[in-house]
Ligand binder design. Structure first.
Ligand code: P6P
Length: 336
């Protein structure tokens, strides 16, 4: 990556004036996420070498074995955001409840809360498949200077001020939006800087890739089954290609670049779907819409869902606009 490309830090400063609240706090927040991403990336990239794999022995609120890297990533992001006194609250997939950060310093009455999946797809770590961090940022709704409440976290996705992900893949990228399009930055590990490599990322309006765990096919709603058969039949530009990595960030990232649709429908084993609304679906839906794509549960726009609990799950269909619209058409016609 030549250094003629703009760095993430330069990009944040240059675009600060476009943030709705130009206090510089959001810039500092994004810069702290950038730092934490580099630290986590270093550990993820050497996971195979150091005895950091394997379950940490704990089980998180999702009932999943916590891999040591899950725990590590969670600690890094929380420490970085807390130590630098940048946010007033944090919610994480790895934490049962939200964390309230009350600044003792009068002038640092922070306005933002962050919701994060510190290492999504972590079951892929010990098989060397890419994983990711997902973050979602809101402005608090309760009075600045008071302890945050659950109300600050249970905001609709349409209220997000920023969202993004880090994908720890063949190269490490940070992709984010502040509501003014989507931009992707690639880490040059030799110098530890992220460079603008994918300006103005946009979902192709249609595509020929569908991403779903077809092992759950018999469990899907009839509308989803009909859509999958539509993807597979010989007609027009079909059959489509099935690509499913089992890592949301990686599947989403590929589909955004090439065109495609990702689905995690509900089923008897996952009556509300598997993915969490607040720190998986909402940030990815914000990115998708900012890139010209679409996201829903098959009926309701993801960003319009009123959250009722921190770790709630929703069915998730997200990607190229015309592909999502087609899946929604089958859901309306055939439903559950
Ligand atoms: P399944 C990872 O656990 C995750 O949350 C997403 O990253 C991924 O797309 C999905 O779950 C995989 O779930 O049930 O297909 O293994």
């Amino acid at each position: 990556m030549s250094t003629k490309h703009q760095t993430l830090g330069e990009f944040i400063i240059e675009n600060q004036s476009s943030f709705r609240y130009t206090s510089g706090e959001l810039s500092r927040l994004l810069n702290s996420l950038r730092l934490a991403a580099k630290v986590v990336n270093h550990e993820v990239n050497k996971a195979g070498l150091v005895d950091i794999l394997g379950a940490a022995g704990d089980v998180n609120i999702q009932g999943e074995n916590q891999q040591k890297l899950d725990v590590y990533a969670n600690e890094i992001f929380i420490q970085t955001l807390t130590k630098r006194n940048i946010v007033c609250g944090i919610a994480s997939e790895e934490e049962d409840d939200f964390i309230s950060i009350n600044s003792q310093d009068e002038k640092h009455q922070n306005k933002y809360v962050v919701l994060i999946d510190p290492l999504d797809g972590s079951s892929n770590i010990d098989v060397n498949v890419s994983v990711g961090t997902i973050f979602s940022i809101y402005r608090r709704v309760t009075p600045v200077g008071t302890p945050v409440t659950m109300e600050d976290f249970l905001q609709k996705g349409s209220e997000q001020v920023a969202a993004g992900y880090i994908v720890y893949g063949t190269s490490t990228m940070l992709v984010y939006t502040t509501g003014h399009g989507v931009n992707g930055f690639t880490l040059n590990p030799a110098i530890g800087s992220f460079y603008l490599s994918h300006p103005n990322m946009t979902f192709p309006e249609s595509g020929t890739i569908y991403s779903v765990n077809e092992g759950n096919y018999l469990d899907f709603p009839l509308g989803i089954k009909k859509y999958i058969k539509y993807c597979q039949e010989e007609a027009e530009d079909r059959p489509y290609t099935s690509r499913y990595i089992g890592s949301l960030v990686s599947d989403f990232h590929r589909n955004m670049i090439k065109g495609g649709i990702y689905m995690y429908p509900k089923g008897s084993r996952n009556p509300d779907g598997k993915l969490r609304l607040l720190y998986e679906c909402n940030p990815m839906a914000f990115l998708a819409e900012q890139a010209g794509g679409k996201s829903s549960d098959g009926y309701t726009r993801t960003l319009d869902v009123q959250p009722t609990s921190l770790h709630q799950r929703v069915p998730f269909i997200c990607g190229s606009k015309k592909m999502v619209e087609k899946a929604e058409q089958f859901m309306r016609e055939f439903g559950e």
